[in-house]
Design a binder for this molecule. Structure first.
Ligand code: GLA
Length: 355
């Protein structure tokens, strides 16, 4: 059996330091590639129904693509994934102002979030899988956030064709924390076309409608009778251009869904089927929400792997997470991590083919 994980330099930062890349393979020939910059997943290669391998995530051939304005492609996002309104929150009587980087709001940890740092990496192998433990220390005051946070992300590719993502974080002062993985999937393989024919099922009966800056209003309405009802598998493109205020605000889907939870553990959240290739993606998670983003801001200005130009809606994200702007919504599940607590979370991306 060949090694399950190999390492090679991926590129260099402007200061000369190197960014490492790791290729992780499983017993069925699936593979993924991870770099230490942003803990980014740059490639996931899985078979279609005829057994042909294809790369099902967007990305770039070289490090420069990731350094020059990549919209979080493939990265771990934090300290707070998604938006905090006006970059402001109050915690234990103190008011904090984060730098804003998305209209009036703070997005994905601010100016230099977890997607824009070099992580430490330690590879591991077992009889049933292999992977990488990535660690990063976010200092006290990082991008305006209180407390030093030690975060660990563990990627495992196992022989059940699952990518398991496990998060662990601790802090020395109370801080908001919300961690997610920002891969853009396109199950056609090598991003042949947009993702509008992909058929999505979301196990979510409610969602968090937003204002025009994509901050939740606080309501949790039912999806019934709206273009947000994916409880029955529906093509992503079937209703995306409807004259609906929420779709207008998101320029398509860019919304957090409330997962129908029964209990606390990992459960099924979403299933995506790409009809032409037969490739499927199942998402399982223990998180209360999932941001479904239909790649609306891709606009043909990014040239990705193999020279492919990423046009509008050439990728979709299913970002398992807590609800956006939770620090300003006491009714939402708390995202405050306190000293002595351990934040743990787990998300599974399961790859397959449909008959
Ligand atoms: C998240 C946000 C989107 C967009 C992308 C990156 O999914 O919700 O609005 O910012 O990240 O472009």
């Amino acid at each position: 059996m060949p090694p399950r994980i190999t390492q090679a330099v991926f590129g260099h930062l402007p200061d000369g330091s190197s960014v490492e890349g790791y290729t992780i393979s499983n017993a069925h020939g699936l593979s993924m590639h991870v770099i230490t910059w942003g803990a980014i997943i740059t490639a996931i290669r899985v078979p279609d129904r005829a057994g042909h391998m294809g790369d099902i995530v967007l990305g770039f051939d070289s490090l420069s693509g990731y350094l020059n304005g990549s919209p979080y492609i493939g990265a771990i996002v934090g300290r707070y994934a998604n938006r905090i309104a006006k970059g402001r929150f109050t915690l234990d009587g103190h008011s904090y102002q984060l730098p804003v980087n998305n209209g009036p709001n703070s997005l994905h940890g601010g100016l230099q979030g977890f997607d824009k740092v070099v992580w430490n990496a330690a590879p591991f192998e077992s009889d049933t899988g292999a992977g990488l433990v990535l660690t990063h220390t976010s200092p006290d005051g990082d991008n305006g956030y209180p407390g030093r946070v030690d975060v660990q992300v563990r990627y495992t590719l196992n022989d059940h064709n699952e990518l398991i993502i496990e998060y662990l974080a601790t802090t020395n002062k109370a801080t908001p924390l919300n961690l997610s993985q920002h891969s853009y999937f396109n199950l056609t393989g090598d991003a042949h076309r947009d993702i509008l024919d992909h058929v999505l099922r979301l196990d979510a009966g409610h969602f968090t409608p937003v204002d025009s800056t994509l901050i939740p209003t606080g309501d949790l309405p039912s999806v019934a009778g709206t273009p947000f009802d994916f409880r029955t598998a529906t093509a992503i493109g079937a209703r995306i251009d409807r004259p609906d205020e929420q779709l207008r605000f998101g320029h398509g889907y860019d919304h957090n869904f409330v997962v129908d939870r029964n209990g606390a553990g990992v459960q099924h959240v979403a299933r995506v089927v790409e009809p032409a290739s037969g490739r499927t993606l199942d998402v399982l998670s223990d998180q209360p929400g999932v941001q479904f983003y239909s790649g609306n801001f891709l606009d043909g200005t990014l040239r990705g792997k193999g020279g492919r130009v990423y046009q509008r809606r050439f990728g979709f994200c299913l970002e398992t997470q807590h609800f956006p702007d939770s620090p300003n919504h006491p009714a939402f599940a708390s995202t405050i991590l306190r000293p002595g607590e351990r934040f743990t979370s787990r998300t599974i991306f399961r790859f397959g083919v449909a008959g």
